[in-house]
Design a protein around this ligand. Structure first.
Ligand code: CUA
Length: 163
């Protein structure tokens, strides 16, 4: 009978629902454990007003710094509508840690060639690493709408010679 058939299919849809839920749960756990994806934490919080007035290291000296272990750290302050410094120069093949915050509104930090894609949230510190294996000029794009001149807000990473 037709009704029996519908009940049978209904049971399989219930099973499928459980399978999908378990699958999503595993995906969430894997994204946390394996890929290290997480929401912003309070590990690195700053006062945006103090950053704006230059009272918060390292944001009182935006720029690129070579570290003792040979990697580089780029300290960047974002504000409507620019990145400070607007140009970051690093050598080819060196790991670069970007340490970024905003003094006003939410901005974006996108360097698509090296899969850097972050939100710069006032009060939070964005830390993201990248290695540029090819020399060239890479655009840093603000991809969070941040006001009138949002479309003009970009920076550059200039990657040159061996470090
Ligand atoms: Cu900053 Cu859009």
């Amino acid at each position: 009978m037709a009704t029996l058939k519908i009940e049978k299919w209904e049971r399989w849809f219930l099973y499928a629902t459980v399978v999908v839920l378990v699958g999503f749960f595993i995906a969430i756990i894997a994204s946390i454990g394996e890929a290290g994806i997480h929401l912003p934490t309070d590990e690195a919080q700053v006062d945006p007003a103090a950053v704006a007035s230059g009272d918060v290291p390292p944001f009182d000296n935006p720029g690129v710094y070579e570290q003792p272990d040979g990697t580089y750290q780029a300290v960047v302050v974002a504000k409507a509508w620019s990145f400070d410094p607007p140009e970051i120069e690093v050598p080819v093949g060196k790991e670069v840690e970007f340490v970024v915050t905003s003094t006003d509104v939410i901005h974006g930090f996108l360097i698509s060639e090296v899969a850097v894609n972050g939100m710069i949230i006032p009060g939070q510190v964005l830390k993201v690493n990248a290695t540029f294996d090819e020399a060239g000029v890479y655009d840093v794009i603000c991809h969070e709408y941040c006001g009138l001149a949002h479309s003009q807000m970009f920076g550059q990473v200039k990657v040159g010679g061996e470090g």
